[in-house]
Design a protein around this ligand. Structure first.
Ligand SMILES: [Zn+2]
Length: 93
């Protein structure tokens, strides 16, 4: 199960931040289970890189990390949409 990090909405409360094991499908806590103060989930730094799924697969991000991206344009035919390499590849059939 992933660990989620929580922060109190306002200063005060029992601690500034706490962590909780939760399933992905679980609703996030709205109140601190210890002191009852309002809290909110904060996104851990490791999951913010690239700004989410769309960002990770964006052309600029792919190229920045040296990836090439090919998009299927037909049966066995792929056209390059990002990065280095041939303009198009096909499996020769
Ligand atoms: Zn608290």
């Amino acid at each position: 199960m992933p660990i989620y990090e929580y922060e109190h909405d306002a200063a005060g409360g029992c601690a500034e931040r706490f962590e909780a094991f939760q399933a992905m499908a679980d609703r996030p806590f709205e109140k601190c289970p210890k002191c009852g103060a309002a809290c909110h989930r904060v996104v851990s730094s490791f999951s913010v890189q690239g700004g989410g799924k769309a960002g990770l697969l964006s052309r600029s991000n792919l190229e920045a990390h040296g990836f090439s991206q090919f998009t299927r344009k037909g049966k066995g035919y792929y056209e390059k949409t990002a990065g280095a390499g041939p303009k198009a590849i096909s499996d020769g059939r």
